[in-house]
Ligand binder design. Structure first.
Ligand code: PMP
Length: 371
């Protein structure tokens, strides 16, 4: 009988699955929690929508898009808008990705060779490790110290030992929310044999950047994203750097990686950034309120934040239980506890709207009181 559907419990023969590389089979896919109907404070999104006036502006632009044609492969207008907003030094080249995730992948593809490694800090953003593994590279995680700062001596020793092709430095770091000391970053840039990528995904909340220093170091690249500014759904990341280096990385980019709707919408929105800048200011202000409220709670150690999220540790209560109790109350945050080690019993909450944050604070107070 000819089969017309897959049945639950159907198995694929091992000999077929064995074609998938063992390191891929060993991976767990990047997990995105189901947030349907929840107060969503797990993914560092901007909680605010664009004001209606701005919305009609970019919708008009999108309505002109020729979706029967391939998009501009170089996204020239969009790059102009990004450069005008982010102001890299004159002569800097720009590469765009379908989110900065795709840029990390392009960087890895451009350097991948057996025996080569990518280095980042632990705890850190998981995609550096995952993409190193996708591309058949080694991954070296340099451990941060107890204050989540770079341990310079240990890090320089690891660099010396492994000669990483790329070192990723998230600034501020996810999930720890801090900006590493400038002197540590400077020493790493000096000592690195390959490229150093400063990942400024959370720039709107840190308001501090390495972009101005690009021309001083040819190995330095600065990566940004529009995701945390309020455009996560558009999927757009940007990499700035030396033209000759960017030119090489650009060769592994798929020709039309930024679709025409994103090109149109993002270019229009980025030309009028005022609303998003105001939202970022609101988020920074709310972050300070939440930091104080969490610090005032008994049994909570809260870490400083330069980002739009806060990492905190429960000193007595069990973080996984509190996380589940929050979920039962309709509040989704991120449980970092499973990672163990220095993140043991830690939770990460994204700064939302004032109302969302108040719901979170009430819910966590209840959860901690075993209600
Ligand atoms: N870098 C860091 C440090 C992040 O935390 C994230 C997402 N959470 C990204 C990059 C990826 O951002 P996107 O792909 O949305 O641009």
């Amino acid at each position: 009988m000819r089969r017309t559907e897959y049945l639950p419990g159907d198995n694929v023969t091992d000999s077929l699955l064995n074609w998938i590389r063992p390191e891929i089979r060993a991976l767990s896919a990047y997990h995105v929690a189901d947030a349907e109907g929840m107060v969503k404070l797990d993914a560092m999104e901007n909680p605010y929508a664009l004001p209606q006036t701005d919305r009609s502006d970019w919708l008009n632009k999108v309505s002109e898009a020729e979706i029967n044609r391939y998009p501009d492969p170089h996204a020239r207008k969009l790059k102009l808008a990004l450069n005008a907003l982010m102001q890299p030094p004159a002569g800097t080249a720009t590469l765009l990705g379908n989110g900065s995730d795709e840029i990390i992948q392009m960087l890895a593809l451009a350097v991948a060779q057996p025996g080569r490694c990518i280095m980042a800090f632990e705890p850190g953003f998981v995609m550096y490790r995952m993409i190193a593994e996708f591309t058949g590279m080694q991954y070296v995680g340099a451990p941060l110290d107890d204050d989540f700062e770079i341990d310079v001596v240990k890090t320089l020793r690891l660099i010396d030992q492994h000669q990483p092709a790329i070192i990723f430095i998230a600034y501020p770091n996810n999930p720890t929310a801090n900006c590493f000391h400038a002197s540590a970053i400077e020493q790493i840039i000096k000592f690195a044999p390959g490229m150093v990528v400063i990942d400024e995904a959370y720039h709107p909340f840190a308001q501090d950047s390495y972009i101005d220093t690009l021309a001083q170091h040819e190995k330095l690249l600065v990566m940004r994203t529009v995701s945390k500014m309020g455009l996560a759904g558009l999927r757009l990341g940007v990499l700035f750097g030396h033209p000759l280096l960017i030119n090489e990385i650009d060769k592994v980019r798929l020709p039309y990686n930024i679709n025409v709707l994103t090109q149109k919408a993002a270019a229009a929105i980025l030309k009028k950034p005022q609303a998003m800048e105001q939202q970022a200011a609101q988020i920074r202000q709310q972050r300070e309120v939440m930091l104080q409220q969490l610090a005032d709670m008994p049994d909570v150690k809260v870490y400083p934040s330069r980002a739009n999220f806060i990492l905190f540790r429960l000193l007595q209560a069990n973080a996984t239980e509190v996380f589940e109790k929050l979920k039962q109350q309709g509040v989704l945050i991120k449980n970092m506890s499973a990672a163990g080690g220095v993140l043991e019993n830690c939770l990460r909450v994204t700064v939302g709207t004032e109302e969302e944050n108040a719901v979170f604070m009430r819910a966590i107070a209840r959860a901690m009181n075993n209600e």
